[in-house]
Design a protein around this ligand. Sequence first.
Ligand SMILES: C=C1C[C@]23C[C@@]1(O)CC[C@H]2[C@@]12CC[C@H](O)[C@@](C)(C(=O)O1)[C@H]2[C@@H]3C(=O)O
Ligand SMILES: O=C(O)CCC(=O)C(=O)O
Ligand SMILES: [Fe+2]
Length: 329
Amino acid sequence: MVVASASAIRTKKTRAVGVPTIDLSLENKELLIKQIVSACEEYGFFKVTNHGVPREIISRLEDEGVDFFDKPVREKQRAGPACPLGYGSRNIGFNGDSGELEYLLLHANPTSIAERSKTISNDPLKFSRAANDYVHAVRGLTCEILDLAAEGLGVRDRFVFSRLIRDVHSDSILRLNHYPPVEDWDPHNSRVGFGDHSDPQILTLLRSNNVGGFQIRLNDGLWVPVPPDPTGFYVLVGDALQVLTNGRFRSVRHRAITNSLNSRMSMVYFGAPPLDAWITSLPETVSLQRPSLYMPFTWGEYKKAVYSLRLGESRLDLFKIRPGDKTGL
Ligand SMILES: C=C1C[C@]23C[C@@]1(O)CC[C@H]2[C@@]12CC[C@H](O)[C@@](C)(C(=O)O1)[C@H]2[C@@H]3C(=O)O
Ligand SMILES: O=C(O)CCC(=O)C(=O)O
Ligand SMILES: [Fe+2]
């Protein structure tokens, strides 16, 4: 890969911090809920172990991803250009962002996956099955985590978050990212694979092979390298969940850097609502002392804003209620 020096980044300002890890097989439900809520509040990020997603389901999609990214460029381009869905290389979004990666971006519904798989694989049915089984399993896990979080927040309707993702019209997506190996390894010359951003959706479930590169940003601006763990899932609070919880949960800023002689592949599921769903602070998170921080918007409106801005921009600022604005309270 040709590497523009402008994409080189300094990794000095990082801090080694233990990644909050939650064992989902914990029998003490109250403690489990407490751990989830505090990780969502403090970091907007945690790792889950004993998550129940069968290894076989993960490996099948991983193998499909490896086979796809191994293909000659011309063949991969049959699945592109990413608009925003499909195969993309280096370009991210429509506003000039780029990174040292190639990717497949798919709508997570079976019809869309079946259609797309025709340009992705020589055995479309095999690819579709692998992707659909994976989506089904990680959606289940996403919903389980969201239900526990809702319970911890004391929300009356325990399924208020997961219902949005289980909806047949849910706008959830699946992304496979491939970060090619660097040819000239230099510990002081990491490059941007996927730049600093927060995910716009409700909740993200990310896993990768055993190659590092994923980092989260703490509130004080320091970057924390997250050690890879192919057996676990990383859970990221997205912007929509930040709004739904009136800022109690924080969407986490993160990025992927590349500096390895081995290629890295991540599989990312973004749990999202239907386009016409309203995203607004749940009544249980609003009070006179803590009025609503954001104006209500539909997921479709938010997505439009997301795609009109650069990767690193804080799109939620556009929907912040400023003092003096008329609110529901
Ligand atoms: C530059 C962009 C790519 C992105 C849409 C955006 O305009 C800003 C957010 C980006 C992001 C980050 C999380 C997900 O990977 C993604 C699919 C999403 O929903 O928002 C990407 C978008 C993309 O790559 O199309
Ligand atoms: O590939 C990764 O590790 C991070 C990718 C990411 O943040 C994204 O696709 O939104
Ligand atoms: Fe992301």
